[in-house]
Design a protein around this ligand. Structure first.
Ligand code: BGC
Length: 713
């Protein structure tokens, strides 16, 4: 018999049956997500009882990533679910969401740092571990991964995504989705993923959060949409629409983006949730005269669930009665949401496992994973005279990030606590014992005196986690005031300096690099950041991070990214470097390019061979050898240029990478299969096409180095 309670039926059959039993009010209730705030708990319970809530969000303000929030205890969460299950007519469970962006209680590196590890296995394992922790806290759904391509480091949210490259972001996004959801999201330790912010949000003008974008259809399709497509192909159950407007339409009201492209063209079967209050914000964006019209625009565009604004629950009954919103549209949204709830197994397992939280979170295995991930995310940018790995006996460690806890957690560590963090001071002391002396004064002069006797000085610099993330854009991406002074004065003492930079974005480090013998980019590394930094400094972990984003020399170069288009005109004196045209007053090239990162050993590339593999694909082969004296990781990167195409395409695009671990003297032949699918692009009509012809290939250790070859397909 068709009965939604029968788990033997498919999610679609169960949803269809359930939908058939629902009143219009019950349906509209499913489209409503409200925040679980401790203060209003009695009201919230009443709303759930009345069938007016489909989902709770564990966030109590717009800036959940940056504020202490109390979103109810686990008992509150369980009680709300019990009300939905037992005190509503049809017993439909709530789907409860939270922002688990880089860990639940066990925070790991910010996503930009995760991308630097160039390691999908780690990304997937870390997401799986986060899901395992989250379910013990009554969470069924995370608002992650964020796969917004970001090319303006002033934009604070660059921290939350995987950088400037669509291929890398797509691979990392898909790995996160697999980690959160597993093969079967109904398994008790999995949660639903939500890829966000669909689409183009990272192109905010001037790097100012929530600002307009001006993205052409072609750029949208070739640059901003592909990472979303990868997440959908990996099975992402939900998508969040973005706040901003593009081309005259806020995404929240864009039928073209949400229905025509996402649901119809890409065949997305899950549901779309708005961003925080974004339905009501259509009024501020002045495309809706009021909340009623806002609800009408959003639901007709394809936003299925309304986060926070309550515009739907208040206005859809009347809009449906008046025919401005067809009941069929509401049915489709409800159907999508119910299907996800069934797929997640919520009807069978609506509650968090009692007593599990304390046993699961911060488990030693979770900490070990966070430590490894943080270490692998660190990018060694400079290592003059092989000062690293640390061999010195007398080390002095100082700087504003030395004892920092909260900032190392990064922007979206909503459940992690500062006391969970291993500081850099702690990590160094545990690793070096009496070989290291720690700064114990806030006065620079005093500290410099203490540093006098040391052979090397480790200086931990960086920015607060409150300088990156949502609504945390910076006009200047220099180090915070005073930090450079530390390096300048150490230089005067003639000290050898090893600089660690902990940041949520690319910072301008030109002078820092000049003043440092060694430079490591450590991002905001999470609860194990201190141990991870020590691991890399000592060479217990070989440095293996590679930049997922370009580091500019100067803020004036922004936006600067490796995969820009070819110029028509190249006048030598002016342009100088065709790859990165110069300014009259400064070079155009980056300080450190995309894909760059050093090791404690060296690698050689040889025997590049490019040719046709079969009718559908080319094969690129290269031999990579460890020619140094230590074992180490190399991230072999394959970039391709389509030599002539019907639309302008980037000067080169990452199309594959492999992370190798090679012993001294060891060599490996790496193969990349470049099929038509990988080499296709969207043409002027918005069609995905493959154009036969010649392609140039580079294989190397960054976007600007490597052997060059080519093939025709
Ligand atoms: C952010 C989203 C987040 C949501 C819920 C919004 O302000 O843009 O990324 O998922 O809040 O906390």
């Amino acid at each position: 018999m068709l009965d939604y309670k029968n788990p033997a039926l498919s999610p679609e059959e169960r949803s269809r049956d359930l939908l058939g039993r629902m009143t219009l009010e019950e349906k509209i209730g499913q489209l409503n997500e409200i925040p679980l705030s401790r203060h209003k708990i009695a009201d919230i319970e009443q709303e759930i009882r009345a069938g007016r809530v489909g989902s709770l969000i564990y966030a109590t303000s717009a800036l959940a990533g940056d504020e202490d929030q109390f979103c109810g205890s686990l008992e509150d969460r369980q009680r709300c679910q019990r009300i939905a299950m037992e005190e509503t007519r049809l017993g439909i469970p709530l789907i409860n969401g939270s922002n688990i962006v880089h860990g639940h209680r066990t925070a790991g590196p910010i996503p930009l740092g995760q991308a630097a590890a160039f390691d999908e296995r780690l990304t997937e394992d870390f997401a799986a571990m986060s899901a395992k922790e989250a379910v013990t806290d009554g969470i069924h759904w995370t608002y992650a991964p964020m796969v917004d391509i970001a090319r303006d480091p002033r934009w604070g949210r660059i921290a939350e995504g995987f950088g400037e490259d669509p291929y890398l972001a797509g691979r990392m996004g898909a790995a996160s989705v697999r980690g959160f959801q597993g093969k079967d999201p109904a398994q008790p330790d999995r949660i639903a993923a939500c890829c966000k912010h669909y689409v183009g949000y990272g192109a905010a003008e001037g790097g100012r959060d929530y600002e307009s974008t001006e993205i052409s259809e072609n750029t949208l399709r070739n640059t901003y949409l592909p990472p979303f497509k990868s997440c959908l192909d990996a099975g992402a159950l939900t998508v969040m629409s973005a706040f901003h407007e593009n081309d005259g339409t806020p995404v929240t009201a864009s039928r073209h983006l949400l229905t025509e492209i996402l649901k119809e063209e890409f065949g997305f079967q899950g549901f779309v949730i708005s961003d925080w209050d974004a339905v009501a914000q259509l009024v501020h964006q002045r495309v809706a005269a009021g909340r009623r019209e806002a609800a009408c625009l959003a639901v007709n565009a394809g936003v299925d669930m309304d986060m926070l604004s309550t515009c739907y629950v208040q206005n859809l009954p009347e809009l449906a009665a008046g025919g401005e919103v067809r009941e069929k549209t509401i049915d489709e949204a409800v159907f999508r949401i119910l299907c996800v709830k069934f797929r997640l197994g919520l009807f069978e397992n609506p509650y968090a496992p009692p007593g599990a939280y304390g046993k699961v979170v911060l488990h030693p295995e979770h900490r070990a994973l966070a430590r490894k991930f943080a270490a692998r995310s660190i990018v060694l940018l400079k290592n003059e005279g092989d000062i690293l790995p640390l061999a010195s006996q007398k080390i002095y460690a100082m700087g504003p990030m030395l004892r920092e806890r909260e900032s190392l957690l990064g922007t979206w560590a909503t459940e992690s606590l500062p006391e969970d963090v291993i500081t850099i001071a702690q990590g160094l002391t545990d690793a070096l014992g009496s070989r290291v002396r720690l700064e114990n004064t806030a006065l620079l002069d005093h500290s410099l005196e203490q540093a006098r006797n040391a052979d090397v000085v480790i200086v931990a610099l960086g920015e607060s986690s409150h300088s990156s993330g949502e609504a945390k854009s910076l006009g200047s991406i220099e180090l915070p005031a005073g930090q450079l002074d530390i390096l300048r004065r150490l230089k005067r003492f003639g000290k050898k300096v090893i600089t660690l930079v902990c940041a949520g974005r690319p910072l301008v480090l030109s002078e820092v690099a000049d003043l440092s013998a060694a430079l490591l980019y450590c991002w905001h590394g999470g609860v194990e950041a201190g141990n991870a930094a020590a691991d890399v400094l000592l060479g217990r972990e070989e440095p293996s991070g590679r930049l997922p984003v370009t580091l500019p020399r100067h803020s004036g170069q922004i936006p600067i990214y490796y995969n820009h288009k070819s110029n028509g005109r190249a006048i030598d004196e002016y342009y100088g470097d065709v790859e990165f045209p110069n300014y009259v007053d400064m070079p155009g090239s980056p300080l450190y390019p995309f894909g760059f990162g050093l090791s404690y050993t060296e690698f050689s590339y040889s025997d590049l061979q490019c040719g046709k593999a079969d009718e559908d694909a080319a094969e690129v082969r290269v031999t990579v050898r460890n020619i140094g004296r230590r074992s180490g990781f190399e991230t072999v990167q394959c970039y391709v240029r389509d030599d002539v195409a019907g639309v302008t395409l980037p000067v080169r695009q990452l199309k594959g990478y492999r992370k190798l671990f090679l012993e001294p003297g060891e060599a490996e032949t790496v193969r990349f299969r470049l099929d038509r699918n990988l080499l296709s692009f969207y043409d002027r009509q918005g069609r995905l096409v493959f154009e036969p012809g010649s392609f140039t290939v580079w294989v190397g250790g960054s976007c600007l180095t490597g052997l060059q070859g080519g093939f025709t397909l």
